[in-house]
Design a protein around this ligand. Structure first.
Ligand code: FAQ
Length: 308
């Protein structure tokens, strides 16, 4: 009966063992996972757009090959995550529909534009940097398919973060104008990158239950702190200034103190009013609509196969 199934589920969570697709799970657990994994998948797919606009304008063949490979990796991450989500009983088609109709979200960060080629470096350094801080603990999430997909994704994100850092380091060894471009880009991306971790803990309705279920392993604020502690020394090594004068080492806490992002701006972007929200969804919808004939042809071909 249900009480027994629930006790079994809770024992598995309690032992830090994995829940697998055929195991019984509470409906709330399934729904929360579908929400988080789908948002994560959508972020990877929508996240191809800002950097993708620079593929045709990269400054050299080498930079173009690197960028093309990175954007393709993001498509791959989206596909592993959609597959993980499908094990919970929802189809990829349905997930795509929910992205396009706005009933599921994707990360706020991808509603900001990549205005210059340097932004490719900054996105790699700060956005992939934030993604790694958030995702390394998710390798130990309680749902098997999600955790396993995170392992490979994290390896690739680490590579992306280093390529971003290398791009910026190259620019910083260039002219004054190039250094100013890096600084301007970092100024724009720093606060939105910190917002990727979600609202502060006391304003995060899902955290407590997701932590109890072992879906999340750390709170939003814990991971944001980890990001700051990891990034400050890297900014020093690059020679850029993070746009937060309140960043100071706190000896007692063994961490950096830092300022608060503009949470009003965050909620405004999450609610659809960021600089690129409409453009991102319109672009995704156009790609989906343009692909109708491919899906129809694939279905017709598959149907023919079963008849023969
Ligand atoms: N953007 O109660 P919480 C990448 C929503 S990395 C938009 O704290 P939760 C790699 C939240 O959904 C980016 N919405 O929620 C890449 C909830 O609304 P809901 C993707 C946000 O789930 C790099 C409400 O606010 N990574 O793509 C955001 O416990 C470069 C209340 O929040 C992941 O998705 C936000 N930033 O914690 C690709 C990681 N934050 O759903 C290309 C997995 C919060 O109830 C280029 N996800 N909201 O309507 C997570 O770890 C969690 O879902 C959090 C949010 C931490 C994002």
């Amino acid at each position: 009966d249900e009480a027994e199934l629930l006790a079994g589920f809770e024992a598995t969570i309690g032992h830090n063992d994995r829940i697998e697709p055929r195991d019984w799970m509470p409906e709330g657990y399934r729904k929360t996972l579908i929400r988080q994994i789908a948002q994560h998948a959508h972020s990877e797919i929508i996240g191809m757009q800002p950097e993708g606009t620079w593929v045709t304008r990269a400054p050299s063949l080498r930079r173009k090959a690197i960028l093309l490979a990175k954007v393709q990796d993001e498509a791959g991450h989206g596909l592993y995550l959609y597959s993980a989500c499908e094990t919970l009983g929802v189809s990829r088609d349905e997930l795509t529909r929910r992205l396009i109709d706005g009933s599921q979200k994707y990360s706020s960060i991808f509603n900001y534009p990549a205005l210059s080629y340097v932004d490719v470096g900054t996105i790699g350094w700060l956005v992939d940097g934030a993604a790694i801080c958030n995702q390394v603990p998710l390798c130990r999430t309680s749902y098997g398919p999600y955790g396993r997909s995170m392992i490979r994704i994290c390896k690739e994100e680490s590579f992306h973060q280093r390529q971003g850092f290398e791009l910026l380091a190259t620019m910083m060894r260039g002219t004054d104008e190039q250094r100013a471009m890096v600084q301007e880009s970092v100024n724009r991306f720093w606060w939105p990158a910190l917002m990727m971790f979600g609202p502060p803990d006391d304003d995060s309705p899902n955290s407590a239950q997701s932590m109890a279920w072992g879906i999340k392993r750390n709170t939003n604020d814990e991971l944001r702190q980890r990001m700051v502690d990891m990034t400050v020394p890297q900014a020093d090594a690059l020679g850029v200034t993070l746009p937060d004068p309140s960043i100071t080492w706190n000896d007692e806490r063994g961490s950096y103190d830092f300022g608060a992002p503009d949470w009003e701006e965050f909620w405004d972007v999450v609610q659809g009013n960021g600089p690129c929200n409409k453009q991102r969804i319109d672009h995704r919808k156009k790609a989906y609509d343009d692909g109708v004939w491919v899906r129809e042809a694939a279905m017709a071909f598959a149907a023919k196969g079963t008849e023969q």
